[in-house]
Design a protein around this ligand. Structure first.
Ligand SMILES: Nc1nc2c(ncn2[C@@H]2O[C@H](COP(=O)(O)OP(=O)(O)OP(=O)(O)O)[C@@H](O)[C@H]2O)c(=O)[nH]1
Ligand SMILES: [Mg+2]
Length: 635
């Protein structure tokens, strides 16, 4: 069975509801007020089966200009439309406005029903038919059948059904794959069952027991029961009108305009980039920052318009724009919307959502416009690549890519495979999968190499940087999870060499400080000075270098074991120190204890060297101080 949604549209009193009743036997005007006033106020629902396995859910909309917002909510799921024009009155204001709305909301197929056939003469009918032909020229109804019918006499109904069946066979059913979206058009309670919502399922499949989430509120519940066209079932599929009984959701927690979705799949947004068509019939130019009412699916929300590449938009022009919504709403890439002015309350434009989660950027940004162009074209690979490359150094996760692109999972998967094997993008993490553009990976790699060389320049005697330290030097806008794969890539490129927890540059064989031989000279200078080695200052003066350089070289000599650090300002050659230590130990073995003057006598050292040396030997656990004497420390 092929499931499609057939909708009505057209001016008030032109016979939409009567036509639905004539086709289905169902009177969709249920409300007392509708009966009393003879007009449709709320959306009406019926269903019709036609030979050849065709099942239509029918949505009957109100024609009154006060209820255009209700009409818009009804258009959301329509696959086919019957634009109803009364033969006696012809084209009227809401005939025009409804056709604009159908067009902007992306309805692709339908026909014109010239109703009240019984009230006009043949010549008049021909005249009106001509007028209608002109009216629909250039729209999706340009080639559509125009069928004259009378709901009163039944004339033309047979042909109408035939034409509907013919069109229905050409229309593709809604996407059954993907996650379900059910925009709510009615909410009520059924005693003993609780909250029930109705709507047209836009995509996917919904089944009894499914865990669900209401967007944008985030309330969570479960599907308790489903009815399609009044018949109970365990599931509903895209293109069907459904009544869904919700468990765990109170009546006051869900309203028309909300969307029922699986739990944790979609996110509402407050900013969207769109393609905007401003209608030729709009009463005045559209200014940057103007506020209008946005309608999509079954909701409406005030939105400010940011014109991305100009300051005003004239009636009849199109542009890229950003819509900043006053409240969050679910809007996916590819979703249509319309815009209505606050005063006068008329439809002024609409179009298609391109980027539902645009990054913050300035107006007139070339990259933004490029991405929107890609979104608008059918070049899905380019769109995905631009999204990834414009996510710069932070990259983007697979699920976010799905949300952002609005493309089916399978397609995104296969595009990613192509881009990965072409080397245009790189997968940087597994769970969740994170992707970076090749250029971003190169930038990050270069950045790490630069950090490594900055570090070595500041610490000339170190051989490399610790992994930990290098990781903290990743750019803030990047992601810590990228560090390991970046490092692995640098190793593979032969640019760095890991040495346990230290990362060394591969090219560097000789250490920078040793290269100019300064360390060797200092070492020789200290060794030659014997028991009374030079101060830091003296070394600086001797070799005409700054203190940092001297200290770095001393640190290197200490590490290599040529020199020993006695205090912050006193360095002995290790050979000299060994002799001094031996003398001290020998004397202590002999005498048991020693005072500083006795040690001075033994070595001939001045006080300047003596005290730090004795303290050094204490700290080295050779000696231990007892009062003003030293004794050997025993184990
Ligand atoms: N003679 C004649 N009258 C019709 C025909 N179809 C509808 N009418 C009458 O036109 C009036 C309006 O019909 P509806 O079907 O309520 O019109 P509608 O387009 O649904 O109106 P709204 O929903 O309020 O926009 C009613 O009095 C109908 O009886 C028809 O084919 N012939
Ligand atoms: Mg009606």
């Amino acid at each position: 069975m092929k499931h499609l949604i057939l909708g009505t549209a057209g001016h008030i009193d032109h016979g939409k509801t009567s036509l639905v009743k004539a086709l289905t036997g169902i009177d969709t005007d249920r409300l007392k007020e509708e009966k009393a006033r003879g007009i449709t106020i709320e959306l009406g629902f019926a269903h019709l089966e036609l030979p050849g396995g065709l099942c239509f859910g029918i949505v009957d909309v109100p024609g009154h200009e006060k209820f255009v917002r209700t009409m818009v909510a009804g258009v959301g799921g329509m696959d086919l439309v019957m634009l109803v024009i009364a033969a006696d009155e012809g084209i009227m204001p809401q005939t025009r406005e409804h056709l604009d709305i159908l067009r902007l909301l992306g309805v692709k197929s339908g026909l014109v029903a010239l109703t009240k056939r019984d009230t006009v003469e043949r010549e008049w009918l021909e005249l009106v038919t001509e007028e209608v032909r002109d009216f629909v020229a250039g729209s999706f109804l340009e080639e559509a059948p125009i069928v004259a019918v009378s709901s009163r006499s039944g004339e033309g109904l047979g042909e109408l059904k035939e034409q509907l069946a013919r069109l229905a066979r050409q229309v593709a059913e809604k996407r059954r794959e993907g996650s379900f979206r059910l925009p709510v058009d009615r909410v009520f309670t059924v005693p003993g069952f609780g909250t029930v919502v109705t709507g047209t399922l836009l995509s996917g499949e919904i089944a009894v027991g499914d865990e669900l989430e209401i967007l944008p509120s985030g309330h969570e519940g479960r599907v308790r029961g489903i009815q399609a066209h009044g018949i109970k079932g365990d599931k509903g599929q895209a293109g069907q009108r459904l009544a869904v009984n919700l468990q765990g959701i109170d009546l006051n927690e869900i309203h028309r305009g909300d969307v029922v979705t699986p739990r944790g799949v979609f996110h509402a947004t407050r900013t969207v980039d769109v393609q905007l068509d401003y209608l030729p019939s709009a009463p005045r130019e559209l200014k940057h920052r103007a506020t209008v009412r946005l309608h999509s699916a079954t909701y409406e929300v005030p939105a400010q318009i940011i014109l991305l590449d100009r300051d005003t938009l004239q009636p009849g022009e199109s542009a890229y724009a950003q819509l900043r919504l006053k409240e969050p709403a679910l809007l996916l890439s590819g979703d249509s919307y319309i815009l209505r002015a606050f005063s006068p309350q008329v439809t002024v434009g609409g179009g298609v959502t391109l980027d539902p989660f645009p990054p913050r950027r300035r107006r007139r940004n070339e990259e933004a416009l490029q991405l929107l162009e890609a979104f608008g074209s059918s070049d899905q690979q380019r769109t995905i690549l631009l999204i990834i490359s414009q996510s710069l150094l932070s990259g983007i996760a697979f699920e976010d890519l799905l949300m952002r692109s609005g493309l089916p999972r399978k397609i995104v998967e296969s595009i990613l495979t192509t881009l990965l094997s072409a080397g245009e993008i790189v997968q940087m993490a597994r769970d969740p999968r994170l992707f970076l553009a090749k250029s971003a990976v190169e930038t990050l790699k270069r950045g790490l190499l630069q950090e490594l060389s900055n570090f070595l320049a500041a610490n000339p005697l170190k051989e490399g940087i610790s992994k930990e330290e290098l990781k903290t030097r990743l750019p803030k806008r990047s992601d810590g999870r990228f560090f390991t794969p970046l490092l692995t890539a640098l190793e593979k490129d032969g640019l760095v060499v890991p040495d346990r927890d230290i990362i060394r540059p591969a090219a560097q064989t000789a250490r920078p400080a040793a290269a100019d031989g300064l360390a060797g000279k200092i070492s020789g200078y200290i060794a030659d000075a014997g028991n009374e080695p030079p101060t830091i200052k003296e070394i600086m003066e001797r070799f005409r270098c700054d203190e940092k350089n001297v200290r770095d070289n001393l640190a290197l000599l200490v590490r290599s074991g040529q020199v020993a650090r006695i205090s912050s300002d006193l360095f002995y050659s290790t050979a000299t120190l060994d002799v001094l230590r031996e003398k001290l130990v020998a004397l202590l073995r002999e005498k048991g204890e020693i005072t500083p003057p006795e040690y001075r006598e033994l070595t001939g050292l001045s006080r300047k060297f003596l005290i730090p040396l004795l303290e050094y030997f204490d700290s080295e656990k050779v000696t231990i101080r007892v009062g003003d004497k030293r004794v050997l420390r025993r184990k």
